[in-house]
Ligand binder design. Structure first.
Ligand SMILES: [Zn+2]
Length: 571
């Protein structure tokens, strides 16, 4: 008897070993999404990487090197939400950073949070941001609320996320959180359950909205009162390592980099001004500071909410945005992008060490991917390999003689109500009131587009709805991005390497959002108990990530999932 008791005692003591054998779901799932991390960039900039950052995932995790987003509109909210739901945007509903929604009353426009929304040539009251919700104002630290127009929620998200499913499966004891600099990234990754936090430049801290909470726990106030964002004032962004570690050491000063006054295009000029400077917060975003702040907030959240402390699986979505802001400003092939990735690697190493200390990596499923890749600056490509890539100037369509003639004939200023990448919306009401046939106007715009250099394909809404597209990856990608109530009348697709010229003088040097390899190809890593260290070259898709997490966590599949469970992670 005494022997038997001793034996049972040994079994209890060896529970961590049982956990290694996948008897238990993880205590914590951390799903990191790096905004604009094209798959090749990790190795391209890896000189000087530590052992504990990306290399930990590359050597200890399962690394899918051939993962792609299969939807056409490779934008922030679209990719984050596909990774959290396993659904195509046609099903999860967040088909772009902006769209019109025929099911919604037109909300008022908002001036806040205008970066990286894609190109918006015609903003009117009807245009809708993917996470905009006038019923869910922001909650400020002092308890006051924002105006309804700045409200944010997952109202437009039509399916459940992995966080939602963990809450449904485990109840309130399962803590669900998300954090990002960007509202649409935090909300798309987190979903309906739990709390999504995103950065607010007016409050200089991470906030949420009334959809998620009415007031803040003490740890949020404590983090805010440290005033970490203000501490960068007077310091500079310098290279992390000696110049010999950098592929782009000789290319700090490239003519196509976006020269924001006060921030410059060379490291000597990257000096954070005083906090009273109107662009102070913008410079925090266009530098490694954005990720440092996000990960600092995530650490405070882990401690404050006691994530991973009990046996009930918790979920934390972290979206890191410096790679994206810097890629837009200086291009993905720049010394700034290279140094930022080395700094992100060091920050991840620090964060993984923190997770190990706080929760134990043996209790955590760690997933890392990207919401989309990155398009090179056309002039960079032209200079390096002699291509003739250009920016597509949408003004050419409006100035085309046939379009001008049509406008004069019916006495209308513009047959298009909105162009917000990637969709063109025809102004049906205006055309009908002027006695014009909207179908003819649409055909005219499509014909005009097709006649212009740099334009590869134009797909009409009716064709997409009927499945009348080429049986190619391009046709499939457009279909995966199509939701009749939100999609526009025309989907123009530029030739590879081209992107739309943005009339905004503050627009960056580079974009993303195409259905081509450089925007679709992203890394996918899984690391956790019983997941073998291996490199996988089989093609997988980002819709496969959420069902694999669901299987690992023993939950129901998110409601819109069409992806496959990845056997390399689960078998
Ligand atoms: Zn972006």
């Amino acid at each position: 008897m005494r022997f038997l008791l001793l034996f049972i005692g040994l079994l209890v003591a060896s529970t961590p070993l049982l956990a290694q054998g996948r008897a238990l779901p993880p205590k914590l799932i951390v799903q990191i999404t790096v905004d604009q991390l094209r798959a090749d960039l990790i190795e391209r900039f890896s000189t000087g990487f530590s052992e504990g950052g990306f290399r930990l995932l590359m050597t200890q995790g399962t690394w899918f090197r051939n993962a792609e987003h299969r939807h056409a509109n490779t934008e922030t909210v679209v990719g984050h939400t596909t990774l959290s739901t396993g659904a195509d945007p046609a099903v999860h509903g967040l088909i772009g950073n902006n769209y019109l929604d025929t099911h919604l009353p037109p909300p008022a426009p908002t001036k806040s949070d205008t970066e990286d929304k894609g190109i918006v040539l015609d903003v009117s009251d009807a245009l809708h941001f993917a996470t905009q919700d006038p019923h869910s104002p922001l909650v400020f630290p002092d308890g006051s609320h924002s105006s309804p127009k700045d409200g944010r929620s997952p109202r437009d998200l039509l399916v459940t996320t992995i966080g939602d499913e963990i809450r449904l499966s485990r109840g309130e004891a399962a803590k669900i959180f998300g954090v990002s600099m960007k509202d649409r990234a935090a909300i798309g990754a987190t979903g309906h359950a739990g709390t999504a936090y995103w950065y607010n430049t007016d409050a200089s801290t991470f906030l949420s909205s009334l959809f998620y909470l009415a007031d803040y726990p003490q740890w949020v106030h404590d983090w805010t009162m440290q005033e970490l964002p203000a501490r960068y004032a007077g310091s500079g962004w310098e290279l992390l390592y000696p110049e010999a570690n950098y592929a782009f050491a000789d290319y700090d000063d490239q003519p196509w980099e976006k020269d924001y006054p006060g921030w410059g295009i060379v490291f000597a000029d990257h000096l954070y001004p005083d906090t009273s400077n109107a662009y102070y917060q913008a410079f925090l975003e266009t530098s490694p500071a954005a990720d440092e702040l996000t990960l600092s907030f995530a650490k405070a959240m882990i401690a404050g909410e006691q994530l991973g402390e009990d046996e009930v699986t918790d979920y934390l979505a972290i979206s890191l945005n410096s790679v994206d802001y810097i890629g837009h400003t200086f291009g993905p092939s720049s010394l700034e992008a290279e140094d930022n990735l080395k700094r992100l690697d060091a920050q991840l190493a620090d964060f993984f060490a923190h997770l190990d200390e706080a929760v134990g990596l043996g209790n955590i499923l760690l997933v890392l991917s990207a919401d989309h890749g990155a398009t090179e600056v056309p002039d960079y490509m032209n200079a390096r390999i002699g291509t003739n890539l250009q920016l597509f100037d949408y003004d050419q369509v409006e100035q085309a003689p046939a379009v001008q003639k049509f406008k004069a004939l019916y006495g209308i200023s513009d047959p298009i109500s909105h162009y917000t990448s990637p969709w063109i919306y025809i102004d049906h009401a205006l055309l009908q009131s002027a006695g014009a046939d909207p179908a003819k106007a649409k055909a005219l715009i499509a014909t005009t587009l097709r006649s212009l250099p740099g334009l590869a394909w134009v797909f009409e809404k009716e064709r997409i709805a009927l499945g009348n597209l080429p049986d190619t990856h391009l046709g499939g990608a457009v279909t995966a991005n199509f939701l009749p109530s939100r999609s526009g009348d025309l989907y123009p697709i530029l030739s590879p390497g081209w992107f739309m010229k943005d009339p905004d003088p503050l627009a960056g040097a580079s974009q993303h959002g195409s259905p081509y390899a450089y925007d679709r190809h992203v890394p996918v890593f899984f690391m956790g108990p019983n997941i073998p260290p291996q490199t996988v070259h089989r093609k997988i898709q980002t819709v496969d990530v959420a069902p694999t997490i669901a299987a690992y966590a023993r939950t129901r599949l998110p409601s819109g999932t069409t992806g496959r469970m990845l056997p390399e992670v689960l078998d």
